[in-house]
Design a protein around this ligand. Sequence first.
Ligand code: SAH
Length: 241
Amino acid sequence: MKLQNIKIVMVGTTHPGNIGAAARAMNNMGISHLSLVAPQCPVGETAYARASGANGVLDNRETCDDLPRAIENCSLVVAASARRRSLPWPELSPAELALKLDSMDDSNHVALVFGREHSGLTNEEIQLCNQMVCIPANPEFSSLNLASAIQILCYEIYARLGTAVPPGKVPDAHDLPAPSAEVEGYIRHLQTTLECCGYLDPEQPGMIMQRLRRLYLRSQLTRNEINILRGMLTAIEKQQN
Ligand code: SAH
């Protein structure tokens, strides 16, 4: 699903700085739809100052009287909470949430609901949500600052959804992992050079080439990187001749 289909809902927020910091965090992570449910503070100078330029998110915010209104068009509603509830609600980790959103198609709209600074979300509000997401933290001090909690969840989502190459935009082949034949060509070139400069004894090679092979295969070299490495080997060879 697209980042545009995700809405951050802040319920009963009392500190304008948290609204501004949340707008900034959202904009950093490509999420722009902010909904304030019965805010307990003005969205003015303090909020805009903390938004540090993410003014569009604040300008385009929606304000609702209650949570049902804010989530009415959403097919998935997830409550962020640090606390286990008396009636346990299905719980996701931040990474599981991102995975779930990634598996949903663009016809869905999703709300992530955050509670009040002092008292979080009520049980009634949680029970309007399909699931809960909990950010793992020190069990003796598990309640994060509101905007920090928004930042962490938006980051997890962006890391999963926002970094994919948009359809139609083909990455440069030279920046993709090179085909095996090119990697093998490089490894042969490396072996020859290491033998020529006396680092590798062809009579007693030991495990060096296997270890180097493991290193290079693990790092999935791109064509550009292979070109650089082969250029280095060629320069070394020229010095020797
Ligand atoms: N004192 C409140 C905590 C409020 S923190 C309480 O006990 O519930 C404000 C909001 O930030 C919370 O309602 C929640 O939406 C979010 N939040 C804070 N820490 C979190 C955590 N560890 N995991 C998920 N959300 C968290």
